[in-house]
Design a protein around this ligand. Structure first.
Ligand code: AMP
Length: 285
């Protein structure tokens, strides 16, 4: 499928969204959805490109989902760049931008939460209370609102990706969840909407997180014991200028079970604080 440049149809209501997708479906078109919270960067655009290649129609959703923010200041400071986001999506071949208001998504009386157990405990689940319930609820809603055939998520949020796969299977939502590789800056830093909040010195320090994960993964692949390797990776992140390592875990890639030795595929995942900004990243082992 080739990208084309035409004004994107912006839709704010579920009724209108369903009317448009009904037409597509009647024409036999397959539909992709790329859920985002805006402040779009090349990581988001890579999801859009993969959606474009896989489906006839592409919906990007842009909704800063307040219920998944565990810290009010993170929500207040979350970058909002709606006009710029629309402009970068125009040449990307997106058919529809779904930008609902808060009342459209959470009307008065809203009382349902989608809560995935197991995969949500540990790592971000332990440090961001309520985050994954908020995320799972909005993702389930967006899957049902769009009725898409395929959904595209970034591997940067590895735990989120496993949770989304689980919820789609458990709720029998007929959608294929596709994970897309993490897009990085030239120095290795994973692209993130939150990177814009890094001070210039913190931005210089930020690649230390990915560097430490990469070094540790190399040592683990070489057969070294996980415990000292993980300890060294923590030290490397702190020496790189981070104030605090929230977690640094070796886990099974799909079940997310903690691993204390390497006897198959694994994922190394970390969250760490650089000034007021929390960064996450992960690599395959
Ligand atoms: P967000 O807007 O940050 O909630 O992210 C929306 C989607 O983009 C999620 O599926 C993220 O995993 C994905 N994403 C964010 N950053 C990147 C990145 N650097 N590379 C690939 N996907 C990303």
């Amino acid at each position: 499928m080739t990208a084309h440049s035409s004004p994107i149809q912006v839709v704010r209501s579920v009724v209108e969204l369903r009317a448009v997708t009904r037409g597509w479906r009647q024409a036999g078109d397959s539909v992709a959805v790329v859920p985002t919270m805006g402040a779009l960067h090349d990581g988001h655009l890579s999801l859009v490109a993969q959606a474009r290649d896989a489906c006839d129609r592409v919906i990007v959703t842009l909704f800063v989902n307040l219920t998944q923010f565990d810290r009010p200041e993170d929500l207040a400071k979350y970058p909002r760049t709606e006009n710029r986001d629309r402009a970068v999506l125009e040449p990307a071949g997106v058919d529809l931008l779904f930008m609902p208001g808060v009342d459209e998504v959470y009307p008065p009386g809203f009382a349902t939460t989608v809560s995935v157990s197991g995969l949500t405990s540990g790592m971000c689940g332990d440090f961001r209370p309520g985050h994954f319930d908020g995320m799972a609820t909005i993702v389930a809603k967006l899957f049902l609102m769009t009725g898409a055939d395929r959904a595209f998520f970034g591997e940067k949020d590895w735990q989120q990706l496993q949770i989304v796969r689980r919820l789609a299977a458990d709720l029998n939502i007929p959608i294929e969840v596709i994970g897309c590789p993490t897009v990085r800056e030239a120095d290795g830093l994973a692209m993130s909407s939150r990177n814009a909040r890094l001070s210039p010195p913190d931005r210089t320090a930020a690649p230390a997180l990915y560097a430490a994960l990469t070094h540790a993964a190399q040592r683990l692949r070489g057969g070294e014991d996980p415990a000292p390797v993980l300890e060294a990776a923590r030290a490397e992140i702190l020496a790189g200028g981070f104030a605090r390592v929230e977690y640094l875990d070796l886990r099974h890639p799909q079940t997310l079970t903690p691993l204390d030795r390497l006897d198959g595929p694994a994922r190394l995942l970390a969250a760490a604080w650089l000034g007021p900004v929390r960064l996450i990243d992960n690599v395959a082992v």
